[in-house]
Ligand binder design. Structure first.
Ligand SMILES: Nc1ncnc2c1ncn2[C@@H]1O[C@H](COP(=O)(O)OP(=O)(O)OP(=O)(O)O)[C@@H](O)[C@H]1O
Ligand SMILES: [Mg+2]
Length: 233
């Protein structure tokens, strides 16, 4: 499985999710994991450095990769149970190359107007990548949601806006919780700081829902594009 956590909206929680998901598979599923940092900001590489400096946190494999990353990712897929990619920021060759081989794509967005404004471009990106990679499942996940009950409508409305673009949205969300930020700072994860806490259950729920998606359900029968593959290596 190659799981790409991507999207172009800065600060939406891509690195945080990628890190927590890597810990989930490694710690709770006892699986072999390769975490790939495709973001030149190196947030996840910094996190892994903090993690490996801490004496009590289990090792997670992590590499930095940029550009035409398809073959490296396919090679990792052959050697690890789960390849988790943190692909930040703008629409880049790296993001498109990773999407051309990903089995699952998670696009975090906050339920805010400026995040939702990236939806037309996300839709275009997912559609064009689906042409060369019909087995890919792309899902939006709402992150850093306000937890006040009177704000619940905002989350539902944001999900509805995503659906109007034809993009699938997970029911599971993350709420705004300090634990996400605090654990990242320590090279840790919410699953390790509070295994039975609400944030941990949010992470588990997101992964379980994502994995439950039926392979190729929406995109079957679409043929690949040689031109696209040349562009992304
Ligand atoms: N659910 C959450 N609740 C509270 N804080 C969160 C949550 N998710 C992420 N954060 C925090 O928000 C900040 C931005 O998150 P993160 O770095 O994961 O975003 P990003 O999408 O990777 O950003 P960039 O586009 O810069 O790579 C971090 O400090 C992170 O710890
Ligand atoms: Mg990031």
């Amino acid at each position: 499985m190659i799981l790409l956590v991507g999207g172009e909206k800065g600060g939406s929680g891509k690195s945080c999710l990628a890190q927590n998901i890597a810990v989930y598979f490694s710690k709770e599923k006892d699986a072999s994991v390769m975490l790939v940092d495709c973001d030149p900001q190196k947030t996840t590489s910094d996190w892994i450095q903090a993690r490996h400096s801490a004496p009590d946190l289990p090792w997670i494999n992590c590499v930095q990769l940029y550009g035409k990353v398809r073959y490296e990712l396919m090679s990792f897929e052959n050697h690890y149970d789960y390849v988790i990619i943190d692909c930040g920021g703008q629409d880049s060759t790296t993001l498109r190359a990773a999407m051309s081989v990903a089995t699952h794509v998670l696009l975090p967005l906050r339920p805010k107007r400026r995040d939702l404004k990236t939806l037309p471009h996300m839709d275009e990106l997912v559609s064009s990548c689906s042409m060369v990679n019909p087995k890919m499942h792309a899902r939006i996940v709402m992150t850093q949601c306000p937890s006040l009950p009177n704000q619940a409508g905002r989350i539902l409305e944001a999900k509805e806006v995503c659906r109007t673009y034809g993009l699938d949205v997970l029911d599971s969300v993350t709420f705004a919780r300090n634990l996400y930020d605090d654990s990242e700072e320590l090279g840790s994860s919410v699953l390790e700081l509070e295994p039975n806490g609400k944030a941990s259950n949010e992470i588990r729920s997101i992964i379980e829902e994502l994995m439950a998606a039926e392979a190729g359900s929406e995109n079957n029968g679409v043929s690949g594009s040689e031109e696209y593959l040349r562009a992304v290596g």
